[in-house]
Write a protein that binds this ligand. Sequence first.
Ligand code: SF4
Length: 154
Amino acid sequence: MPLGIYFHIPFCKKKCNYCGFYSITDLSLEKNFIDALLTEIEYKKKILKQINDKYNQTTVFIGGGTPSLLSPENIIKIIKKIREYVVKIKEFTIEVNPESLTEDKLKIFRDTGINRISIGVQSFDDRILEFLGRPHRLKDVTKSLEMANKYFEC
Ligand code: SF4
């Protein structure tokens, strides 16, 4: 039986009009949050190891919020820390938004073992994106899809 583990990154560039998720825009808290998350993972390492031993098809999802907003250094820290205790990961996903996705981050995702990208698009119509309060536009979506295709298979 597969088992999924979810890590929530609560930062966003701006709050979308319809959003019901827990997210904040104060990125000055990024360092404190990452330190706390790494400590929490260390604290729960026994449980994570048990999951790793018991399940052959673990999936990990780093969602949010907007995980792609994190600095490359912090993304690496989180992924490495998770992989210290969960090694049998069948599907390792990170959620990204078009306005904060870069080639450098895509390279990091691929090189650290992420094998699935979830891109938050919502619409290909700029008027709807504006109505929803999304910070990206169609041109950002097109660019992020083109970049993602270089590093991940569709
Ligand atoms: S990007 Fe997602 S999590 Fe962030 S405010 Fe918009 S809907 Fe909410």
